[in-house]
Ligand binder design. Structure first.
Ligand code: XMP
Length: 506
């Protein structure tokens, strides 16, 4: 396995994903735990240092122990990772604001294992102010650019390599090949990480662990909980109970689709139709925060009532995935997200342990695993969908009528975008505003709702750009919605990015 040592860089998860895409297993560890991790594990074949926002000569900049380089394990330093390597091994790093490089840059490479089968001139993505000025002993320069004499360096005898640029981003044209040269040729890592293997291993482990015990899972119908359900049910069948609380705030057909996918899967599947009680609780409520709170509390209450019938289980399953683990391990972004989690752990059922079988998987791997387990595409490819559902996509009061209008319009928008197969679009949906405006249909005046369309391009959902959907597609969507869905006579497209707006409207 490859250990990715995190120095706080914005692309840290991307590096790990690239390695996993090569079918090689890797894990991300914070820089201050790296040495310990290395000593605890027997199977580390290579180490990659990520970039980071600091300058290595700052007092509080993250540093790394020298011993890490004495373990006879190849190390690749990227950007800050290269600087910290140089600094630790006795080289010199300086700030060079005048020669800073940002963006696509051409480098000239020397013959080196890491550039094997690549061109003499390569286009790479630079983003640095500091640079290595004096090489540590035993190193040689293996690439330079116009402004940066040490764009890459290596100590071949010790298998230490470092790149000032970011091979993990797509703008580095042959970045994937460079990473592959490192992990495969230099580290000798085996390409045996596949979801087929993972599924087999996880099913076996869950079976052994659960034995005759009982497992409980709250199934939301989202990708993570669906794949968790499919995996555990393959392992323990009816010893798994899934409670699917249908709050009636789902998209078109979604509740039925979830039921369809799971009702005959061997597990104990319980769908609770709670639409009426959610709508009653939400009646007359317009404030977004109140809506969220009511839904969260009601969700727990429904789950609680069902849970009490079961009383005690041995394991509570959760669909936690690797980005959440990495983020909470480093302590930053988790807080930003906490308001997104509906409820918390149910304390009304006794259980002895939590099982999280997707804990080490990235989202694309979770989707692949879902396919491997035979889940239908409509579940596996599902976009992120907020816990409070359409309640926060209807401005103002929520009624069944408004929910049905929104569901129909949203379905048309999503169908058309799926058919258009646009690239670089990560979430798209419709929002029913509470604004009504005057329109004309045939010879009649209408006074109906304005619908907003929202589509964003993003990698982390923390920041996002609005997607530049071609006009013709928007035109088709607009025509179809006003013709096919009653009570909408005007459609607008949201052209704000995040920040300053958020992705959802409430
Ligand atoms: P915002 O609107 O904060 O959304 O820019 C960022 C991402 O999070 C999703 N989101 C939620 N997910 N419960 C969730 O599980 C929520 O309450 C919630 N609110 C927003 C949103 O769809 C987007 O993908």
């Amino acid at each position: 396995m490859i250990l990715v040592v995190d120095f706080g860089g914005q692309y840290n998860q991307l590096i790990a994903r690239r390695i996993r895409d090569l079918n090689i297993y890797c894990e991300v560890v914070p820089y201050n735990k790296a040495l310990k991790e290395l000593e605890n594990r027997k199977n580390v074949e290579g180490i990659i240092f990520t970039g980071g926002p600091n300058s290595v000569y700052e007092e509080n900049a993250p540093k790394i122990e020298k011993e890490i380089f004495d373990k006879n394990i190849p190390v690749l330093g990227l950007c800050y990772g290269m600087q910290v390597m140089a600094y630790t091994l006795g080289g010199k790093v300086v700030s060079a604001p005048k020669e800073r490089e940002f963006g696509k840059t051409e480098i000239t490479t020397e013959t080196s294992e890491i550039f094997k089968n690549l061109d003499k001139k390569e286009t790479v993505w630079m983003s640095h102010v500091d640079r290595v000025e004096k090489l540590p002993e035993g190193f040689e320069i293996i690439a330079h650019s116009k402004n940066c004499p040490v764009a890459a360096m290596a100590n071949v005898d010790k298998n230490l390599y470092a790149l000032q640029f970011h091979p993990e981003v797509n703008h580095t044209i042959h970045g994937k090949e460079m990473l592959e040269n490192f992990v495969v040729n230099i580290c000798g890592a085996k390409k045996d990480w596949t979801m087929e293997n993972y599924a087999k291993k996880a099913i076996k482990e869950i079976k052994e662990k659960v034995g005759d015990g009982k497992v409980l899972l709250a199934l939301s119908g989202g990708v993570d909980s669906s794949v968790t359900a499919a995996l555990i049910s393959k392992a323990v069948g009816e010893k798994l109970t899934c409670i699917f609380v249908d709050h009636g705030l789902m998209r078109k057909n979604e509740g039925d689709e979830v039921e369809e996918a799971f009702k005959d899967s061997g597990m104990h599947f319980i769908r609770i139709d709670a639409e009426k009680r959610f709508l009653e609780k939400l009646s007359g409520v317009t404030d977004p925060e109140r809506k969220r709170k009511i839904i969260g509390e009601e969700f727990i209450r429904v789950f609680e009532e069902e849970g009490q019938k079961i009383k005690s289980v041995d394991y509570l399953a959760q669909g936690t995935i690797y980005p959440d683990v990495i983020e909470s391990g480093l302590g930053d972004s988790a807080v930003i997200k906490s308001h997104h989690n509906v409820g918390g752990l149910p304390d009304f059922v006794d259980f002895k342990e939590i099982i999280e079988p997707l804990r080490m998987l990235f989202k694309d791997e979770v989707r692949n695993l879902g396919r491997e387990l035979g889940l239908p595409d409509y579940l596996v490819n599902r976009q992120p969908f907020p816990g409070p559902g359409l309640a926060i996509r209807i401005m103002g009061e929520i009624t069944k009528e408004k929910l049905d209008i929104l569901r129909d319009a949203d379905k048309i928008f999503r169908d058309e975008l799926e058919a258009a197969k646009l690239e670089d679009i990560n979430q798209y949906f419709a929002v029913l505003t509470s604004i009504r405006t005057v329109g004309v249909m045939g010879d009649f005046r209408t006074y109906d709702y304005t619908l907003a369309l929202r589509a964003v391009s993003t990698t982390d959902f923390m920041t996002a750009d609005f997607t530049k959907i071609p006009w013709e597609i928007l035109e088709k969507v607009s025509n179809r919605i006003v013709n096919e869905v009653d009570h909408i006579n005007r459609i607008v497209y949201d052209i704000t990015s995040k920040p300053p707006a958020t992705i959802e409207w409430e």
